[in-house]
Design a protein around this ligand. Structure first.
Ligand SMILES: Cc1cc2nc3c(=O)[nH]c(=O)nc-3n(C[C@H](O)[C@H](O)[C@H](O)COP(=O)(O)O)c2cc1C
Length: 207
């Protein structure tokens, strides 16, 4: 698949079939993730791949609670650039994923070793994040190119201690996302974004 097509069609695919995904395919998309840049080429990441049904169910329950809490407390109005319909479809998809994420065949947690101390400092935590999210984006693009649905999610941070323990993370490691992966129920299609001129500041921040 053309890289530009993958970029414009890599949308959050929250509704996933429970059908298993071959381990070799997961290995392949993670291989593409590991070709991403990281500070000093440190490659401090580790991708914890959860397929065990009991672990997925336990994580799914934490995630469902996090979604309940998120949807109960979030602003109920669409953002300025969103139509009411887009907003409602987004909320419905988040709700669906909250109720079903434990049934997604694969949950991938991109982690960084030795991240825990740095996360307490604003600047260091930005630098740490910059050494893992490029790999996350590669992973998402590779999933799209291979016909797998995936979403970058972070709501599990609300139950971080319990999930870290469930995943057996060392004390100094941290998860940076949870990416449910599976075959999509719906169709891939182009994402809708703001016109590029509205987000560029030539030679400075601008208007
Ligand atoms: C930092 C970050 C955190 C996110 N966390 C969540 C999340 O916890 N749950 C979720 O359903 N989607 C999450 N998303 C996905 C966004 O909602 C999604 O990328 C955005 O709405 C654009 O969707 P689209 O690509 O389908 O247009 C997150 C995305 C990012 C970049």
């Amino acid at each position: 698949m053309d890289v530009f097509q993958a970029m414009v069609e890599m949308r959050a695919m929250r509704r996933l079939k429970p059908d298993p995904v071959p381990a070799d395919l997961i290995r392949e998309v993670i291989t593409y993730a590991t070709h991403a840049p990281s500070g000093s080429n440190s490659q401090g990441w580790r991708f914890v791949v959860v397929t065990d049904p009991a672990k997925r169910a336990a994580i799914g329950e934490y995630y469902r609670q996090a979604v309940d809490n998120y949807l109960a407390t979030m602003n109920t109005a669409p953002l300025p650039h969103q139509t009411r319909d887009e907003w409602e479809r987004l909320c419905a998809a988040v709700r669906w994923q909250g109720d079903h994420v434990g049934e997604a065949p694969v949950l991938i947690f991109p982690c960084l070793k030795g991240a825990r101390r740095g996360l307490e400092h604003a600047t260091a935590s930005r630098a740490l994040a910059a050494s893992v999210y490029p790999a996350v984006e590669n992973l998402l693009l590779a999933c799209r190119a291979k016909g797998l649905g995936a979403t970058l999610t972070t709501l599990h941070f609300g139950h971080e201690a319990a999930i870290d323990e469930l995943l057996g993370l060392p004390a100094d490691a941290a998860t940076f996302a949870m990416i449910p992966v599976g075959y999509p129920m719906g169709n891939f299609g182009p994402t809708r974004r703001l016109p590029v001129e509205t987000v560029i500041g030539w030679d400075g921040w601008g208007e």
